[in-house]
Ligand binder design. Structure first.
Ligand code: NAD
Length: 521
């Protein structure tokens, strides 16, 4: 199969060079790419290649990494193991493409993203299947994520006309001023494995619509759906080199990328530890940096809400993506009056949760993505027990592969407000409940963490909601909901959860710079 793949890529390269002589073809879909990808698609081939310039390519070293299905350890596919030399080639391609892409009108860049969104919607089932196979999440969640990525591109496409600058007509004694808004150049994006397609779309949409080009490095634990996304974007008309995807691990591919001299901005999403390392490695370089890091979101549940509905909401939110979401509610802070009814509902519902292969429609949750993650959650549960919490575990279904990273959900009650275990981010289906006497205590517990990504308040009282929204230390506060991230609003953390914002209109300042020209009269 690899042989057929190469023949197609080479055919594509030759024909593309001929086409490249015609100016307009640079921003039009290539029939050749269509032919090439449909051949790959029909074969069901998951033997994927990196996307650098106009090539789908192996790494310079020729090494490859096998991606395993977290449900049973079977091969999900393979990707090239990229390194510094691949990053150098991708940066060259992105720099070359920047010359033309930065001159394309905003509206045309928007149209290109809109076409990508259309194709992604059409191919959502195919992309979702790739995502489930490598990441583990249930297929319906994978499809939600893929459709979410399409919505992100549509948002950025629609925002293209808002990327404007300014004009000051009359400045007595100075003349008049024109403010131009310019793209930064080549940007770098580094993303985690938990929501790879959606997070890639946040970074791709913002960087591209503002006229930048991008080198993106997905996590080696879930790179395939992102490669498929990039390939679909090229097929829908994105010119070669505007988006480049280098696969590889953090040390071999991520580190050279963030250190490359030509990178003007780094947008990183991942753990606090890696975020710190990147901030340290780039300090003094004048590269712009956005850090979207971990979270330890509190969900404060007041005594005026229905405890059964609140428990059902808490369970549904925490089990989404098997608890592996930065903004998953990771600490349930429940008021005294409804505490017992809240946990009694969870004691009833947790044993009913069906856990299994993400491709099985009966599975409410899939496996965790990787073994280290599973060990981390199991260890946290044991340590919580040592701290005095009581644990209730869900059940594993019969017939699951012993090679799958399955982790039955766990309810932890009687958790201490100052629990050491709960001061860290737990990335899995653990629902810890902390009792609080009143709103003041609830907010104090909620804020007693180094994280500040998201937080929610559940109440029917507008005054309570407003006070909590004011006092909770988080980049986003939800009222009677949690974890919703429409692209129309800015998203990002405070405190240890990072800095910088994605989405909303914040992307305009994040991905452009303003040049002021002052003209005397
Ligand atoms: P991670 O920090 O281990 O890895 C993230 C990415 O960084 C990967 O692509 C990895 O290869 C790369 N990387 C690792 N070392 C690097 C280095 N030295 N230089 C450059 N790149 C390097 O995180 P993860 O385990 O993939 O993801 C889980 C974490 O991501 C959790 O903490 C979660 O909360 C966080 N997260 C945050 C958000 C957000 O928007 N705030 C969203 C999703 C996930």
């Amino acid at each position: 199969m690899r042989y057929i793949h190469h023949i197609n890529v080479n055919t594509f390269r030759c024909l593309h060079r001929i086409e490249a002589g015609q100016k307009d073809d640079w921003v039009k879909p290539s029939i050749v790419i269509l032919a090439y990808t449909s051949a790959v698609q029909r074969s069901g081939d998951r033997d994927m290649q990196m996307m650098i310039g106009d090539q789908f390519t192996e790494s310079v070293s020729g090494k490859r990494t096998r991606i395993e299905n977290p449900s049973d350890g079977t091969p999900a596919g393979e990707v090239p193991s990229g390194g510094a030399e691949d990053v150098r080639l991708a940066m060259e391609a992105a720099s070359e493409a920047f010359v033309r892409w930065s001159e394309v009108p905003n509206s045309h860049r928007g149209i290109t993203l809109f076409r990508s969104a259309e194709l992604i919607r059409r191919e959502a089932d195919r992309l979702a299947l790739i995502l489930t196979t490598e990441q583990g999440k249930p297929l319906r969640e994978a499809k939600d994520e893929v459709l979410g990525a399409a919505a992100v591109f549509e948002y950025y496409a629609g925002s293209a006309s808002l990327i404007t600058a300014g004009y000051s007509e009359r400045l007595p004694r100075y003349g008049y001023g024109v403010v131009q808004r310019k793209p930064l150049g080549v940007c770098a994006a580094i993303i985690p494995w938990n929501m790879p397609v959606l997070i890639a779309a946040w970074k791709i949409g913002a960087a591209l619509v503002t006229g930048n080009t991008l080198v993106l490095k997905p996590s080696i634990q879930a790179p395939m759906a992102v490669l498929a996304l990039g390939e679909a974007m090229q097929r829908s008309g994105l010119p070669p080199g505007v988006l480049n995807i280098v696969t590889g691990n953090g040390a071999d591919a991520g580190d050279p990328l963030i250190r490359h001299d030509a990178v003007k901005k780094i947008s990183f999403t991942g753990s606090i530890e890696t975020g710190r390392a990147i901030a340290g490695a780039t300090a003094g370089t004048m590269k712009r940096l956005t850090l979207e890091l971990g979270g330890n979101d509190p969900m404060i549940i007041c005594s005026d809400v229905d405890p059964v509905a609140a428990a059902d909401a808490a369970l549904a939110l925490r089990l989404y993506n098997c608890g592996q979401i930065c903004t998953s509610p990771k600490r349930m802070i429940v008021m005294d009056e409804i505490h017992d009814a809240f946990i009694s509902r969870l004691q009833q519902t947790i044993p009913e949760v069906v856990i299994g292969d993400g491709c099985d429609p009966a599975s409410r949750i899939g496996p965790l993505n990787n073994e280290a993650g599973k060990m981390g959650v199991e260890d946290a549960i044991l340590r919580l027990e040592d701290e005095g919490a009581r644990i209730l575990r869900g059940k594993l279904s019969a017939g699951l592969s012993h090679k799958g990273f399955f982790c039955p959900p766990a309810l932890a009650t009687g958790c201490a407000a100052d629990s050491k275990v709960l001061s860290e981010e737990i990335f899995g289906p653990l629902i810890p409940v902390i009792r609080a006497g009143d709103l003041d205590e609830g907010i104090e517990i909620a804020n007693s963490t180094r994280f500040g990504l998201g937080a929610s308040i559940w109440t029917q009282q507008i005054n309570t909601a407003e006070r909590a929204a004011e006092e909770l230390e988080a980049g986003i506060v939800w009222v009677n909901q949690h974890m919703k991230l429409p692209p129309e609003v800015p998203f990002g953390g405070v405190k240890g959860s990072g800095f910088g914002r994605e989405n909303g209109l914040s992307f305009i300042d994040a991905y452009t710079w303003e040049k002021t020209i002052l003209i005397s009269r």
